[in-house]
Design a binder for this molecule. Sequence first.
Ligand SMILES: NC(=O)c1ccc[n+]([C@@H]2O[C@H](COP(=O)([O-])OP(=O)(O)OC[C@H]3O[C@@H](n4cnc5c(N)ncnc54)[C@H](OP(=O)(O)O)[C@@H]3O)[C@@H](O)[C@H]2O)c1
Length: 268
Amino acid sequence: MKKTIKIAISGALGKMGTSLIKESKNFKNIKLNLLILKKINKKNQKKLKKLIKIKKNNILIEDNIKKNKNFDILIDFTNPKNTMKNLKFCYNNNKKIIIGTTGLTEKHYIDMKKKSKKISILYSSNFSVGINLLLKLLEITTKNIGLESDIEISESHHRYKIDSPSGTALTLGKKIAKTLKKDFNNISNFEKNTKKYKRKKNEIGFNVIRAGEIIGNHSILFINKEEKIEIKHQAFSRKTFSKGAIKAAIWINNKKNGLFTMENVLKK
Ligand SMILES: NC(=O)c1ccc[n+]([C@@H]2O[C@H](COP(=O)([O-])OP(=O)(O)OC[C@H]3O[C@@H](n4cnc5c(N)ncnc54)[C@H](OP(=O)(O)O)[C@@H]3O)[C@@H](O)[C@H]2O)c1
């Protein structure tokens, strides 16, 4: 019989935290053990009780990860500062971690890489199956017509999103740059809304919309003199991310150490 995997969720009452709690009910081999909130007060406890039966399911609630080590894998969709604090805790206590937080910097990636020598870390800017399949399509398209096309990445998200462009848009751009064997920092353009803008050769242009309650739309355009290809993805529900993150947690459970992405999970 398979061993039950004990899961902790940081930011349990956030948009993604809420979706993860709901989705966890669909997986038999995982058990929600620990929910971490920024603040434990009556209002938040009431919100949690509406989401899941806390007592019946024997779930612990803490306001700081340092107060409880009773889990195998932490799933974190919060903010870079909190995520890096949690990563340090996981490293010191030999716990695995799934990171969905975006807006991480190069320094954070270097830290993840170092810590992954001891623990298993899976980071993805987008846990949906669709975006990870789209990355494969993007590679084929870039190899074939990337150098002769003007490339534009556009993304739209809800009005509350803090980081811009989205982590996913950056992942898409980095995939294109790597396939073209070019330095992403040299060919990416985030500042096109200026009076003197003129497209450079092999530039990847980024376009951002923040409005309403949009969950996450991404589109990549390849346009040359003869034709246009548009590769698009639209997330209809956060379930696509939470389902992917839980699948990633199950996948990482038997990995002793290493830095993985969702592409590793879907390789089979
Ligand atoms: N990788 C993916 O597939 C994917 C998909 C969707 C979103 N994301 C990313 O995931 C992150 C969260 O997104 P979201 O839409 O869920 O945001 P959100 O609704 O703002 O949720 C973030 C949650 O983290 C909590 N939090 C902040 N500091 C904390 C701390 N020190 N301890 C415990 N909890 C803390 C917040 O609590 P308060 O509200 O009390 O501050 C909030 O409940 C963002 O970076 C977003 O871009 C990634």
